[in-house]
Design a protein around this ligand. Structure first.
Ligand SMILES: Cc1cc2nc3c(=O)[nH]c(=O)nc-3n(C[C@H](O)[C@H](O)[C@H](O)COP(=O)(O)O)c2cc1C
Length: 316
């Protein structure tokens, strides 16, 4: 039940990938815990310095020999960082830009597999033409930045038809039933983001976690509100943070640490609040997918992995 084209290609035990989440899953803790539990842990590497990224990836490797991944956002991609990651991880994954054969070549040159998160069948085809070994089909239900406008099930059907590589399903999956449903619908694995925000090992600020635990599906709205420095990139957040940022009478919402460096967070800037973020945390981008209603308690990542894959492992 747990062996799929994804697990065979990547080499992990379970067809479950923890989404790379810039600012929430940028450190080693969450990825290492998910890898150790049999899932595919991912580090959101977008904003790291080369020194910081090497330390983070080496820290994951020191805790587990299971295959891990690193993710880069195309609007901010740094080729030296991609090269550094490709020599250290099993999967280097990209998001939010046209599939680029030269990046895929860089990844393969370092010995890693290349993945691309897509929002349409056409983009999936372009990813495979660029040389990608797997694609992630992201439905519009997803938390964080959202690439397409299609619901996960119809997108998955089209992507499966369009490409022959393993397909990972992402967007709104936060229960064991959701995981089983996506696999039944043709996915080779699922990617879960919002379902890991309340993991003990995630780096989300306690007020962000509390807002996630209190929210339901209709609180997770698609917006372009937090677009400062990253325009034309719709994202799904909790409605409460748009209201709080609208009411905020200041240009700076607070301070956060990005890539090891402390910096101000302007009002409407994309970084979500991490544990060390200070200021008006409730007015920063509180990303959440439509599966948020299923996230009800803080729990160790291993328990979340076990719960999400319970039906697969037990065969129920
Ligand atoms: C807090 C948060 C941060 C995210 N950051 C990234 C990122 O840095 N890179 C990326 O490729 N995707 C990012 N995503 C999107 C995920 O890759 C994935 O598509 C999404 O989490 C799936 O939907 P779900 O949150 O409903 O599970 C982020 C999502 C969330 C919730």
């Amino acid at each position: 039940m747990t062996s799929t084209r994804f697990t065979e290609l990547v080499g992990c035990r379970l067809p479950l990938q923890q989404a790379p989440m810039g600012g929430v899953a940028s450190g080693p803790e969450l990825a290492a815990a998910v890898c150790a539990a049999g899932g595919h842990g991912m580090v959101g590497a977008a904003m790291a310095s080369p020194e910081a990224l090497a330390v983070i990836l080496d820290a994951v490797a020191a805790r587990t020999s299971a295959p891990m991944g690193a993710n880069f956002l195309i609007p901010f991609v740094d080729r030296d960082l991609v090269r550094l990651a490709a020599a250290r991880v099993r999967v280097v994954d990209f998001f939010y830009g046209d599939p680029d054969p030269s990046l895929v070549e860089l990844v393969h040159g370092g010995g890693a597999l290349a993945g691309w998160q897509v929002g349409s069948a056409a983009e999936a085809r372009a990813a495979v033409e660029a040389g990608c070994d797997l694609v992630v089909a992201q439905g519009v239900e997803a938390g964080g930045h959202v690439r397409g406008r299609i619901g996960l099930l119809p997108l998955l059907a089209e992507v499966r038809e369009a490409v022959d590589v393993p397909v990972v399903a992402a967007g709104g999956i936060a229960t064991a039933r959701g995981v089983a449903a996506a696999l039944a619908a043709g996915a080779d694995a699922v990617r879960v983001g919002t379902g890991f925000i309340a993991a003990e090992e995630a780096d989300a600020h306690p007020a962000y976690v509390a807002a996630i635990l209190a929210a339901g599906a209709d609180d997770a709205v698609l917006t372009e509100a937090f677009s400062m420095g990253w325009p034309d990139a719709p994202h799904r957040v909790l409605r409460s943070c748009i209201e709080a940022a609208t009411a905020l009478d200041a240009d700076i919402a607070g301070e956060t640490v990005l890539g090891g460096v402390s910096m101000p967070v302007p009002r409407w800037a994309p970084p979500p609040p991490g544990r060390s973020t200070t200021g008006h945390v409730e007015a920063m981008a509180l990303y959440a997918g439509q599966g948020v209603g299923a996230v009800r308690a803080v729990a160790p990542a291993a328990a979340i992995v076990a719960e999400l894959t319970e039906g697969l492992v037990s065969g129920r």
